[in-house]
Design a protein. Sequence first.
Lengths: 277, 262
Amino acid sequence: MIGLLLCLPAALILAAGFVWPVLLLGRISFNRTTDMGAMEEAWTLETYAKIVTDDFTWDLAWNTITLSAGAAAAAVALALPVTLLIRSAPPRWRGVLALMAVAPLLVSGTARVVGWMAILGDQGMINALLTGLGLTSQPLRLINNLTGVRIGLTESLMPYCCLVLIAGLSRLDSRLEEAAATLGATRSRTFFRVTLPLAAPALAAAFALAFVLGVSAFITPRLMGGGRVFVVATEIFDLALETVDWPAAAALAMLLLGTLVVAMVLRGVLAGREAPR
Amino acid sequence: MRPGWFLRLAAICGYALLLAPALLVFIISFSAGDFLNFPPPGFSLRWYAALIDNGQLMAALRNSALLAAGVACIALAAGMPAAYAIARLEFPGRGVLAGFLAAPLLLPTLVLGLALLLAMQPMRLAATWPGLMLAHAMVAVPFAVRIMTTAFGGVPKDLEEAAWTLGATRFRAALRVTLPLAAPGAIAAGALCFLVSFDETVISLFLVGPRLSTLPVEMFRYAENRTDPLVAALAMTLIGVALAVVLLVERLVGFTRAVGRN
């Protein structure tokens, strides 16, 4: 009993700041928007129907899914060598290398976007290098478009992938790789036939986490897309604060949540099938 | 097994991608130029001076610091008793409560921000101190509970039981024996909650107004509209605060030890 009492303050904060708002979000998604743009209390699926039958929504959904799947795959592919390097480093370097891999989590997303502007902009580092070498006469457009969002999203998802892979690969027995090498396997053969299959569950977990985070990412698509890249997250934001169409924003947010829940359940089912206990 | 050259090269590319943005922010913040171009035409402190002269941004910095300090206190005050109960006591619904107290971390901050806006706007809580405090405390509490549960769990139960045997009440034993021993965890939890609030951008974007704004939101808006190195100086301020807090905790208790190995 005393235990419940001790949990009460924290539970109250979450009830007021989390449960009630999320329930209200669900409730408002069933309201109606009048032709004048005002919100009208109702219990209707009109808003959902409007969203689902709009081709623009499906464009958004497709953009969001392909963008985050691509970024998640790239993030996992880059996080794997980083993690393998950490794993094979001498113990006193391991901590520093791991810290460097997850340090971006401590830097606010907007600050990192500012860094990317200086790297990818028309007068940024890469374009200065390319024109300096005489490779291009016109600056390459690397930011304020889809390319910029792809790069930024990959970078912002990488630390999470590193976290998952560091935890996942620490359980991987390095003697198996050494055994393969002793038996005459080349480096690449050892990697593709031993390391990669053993790391597969961790890689899948990292991809799933990165994908879910990518689908709901807002800062990077908004700032690095320069207002020209539209994903579900930016649309929810615009509906809520610019169009001020609350039922539509709420319904789209509910659909996003539903998709994430389905993705997580699906991943749970697949992971359960891979490793039966 | 020693990594081959290809693996090393790929790892270096990975690290470059991870560290380049923060490094470039650092360099550009000292630029003497008018734009975010690289290499900068020269180096100066003019953008830091411009930042200090910018009343709106300095007010946002003050707001963010106050808000984060308040949120850290609230999250600790609410999170510590809950963590103690989860780590030490047996009661019906413990597992469910522990899951519930971590639940906000499962939802995207964009959805949380929207939900809070819809809930707070009709009650006139949006763009007010209590509204922002509640919103940030909601995301900070799960971190406080989690770290403190680990910290309390790390204190041997025997010590508290010895205090009971010696005649201390359960409350007194928890307060005078377990709590001081879990103090490093509390410092780390407070610091992390401070940073969670200080860096929070997306939820705040929904809840700020012209009268009350936070530093990450002002930085977001600045980066959306303009591209001069002032925004890099601003970003360095945020990075600097985060670094200072982490180093402080490291000096006081050792961050990795305090946060635990979970």
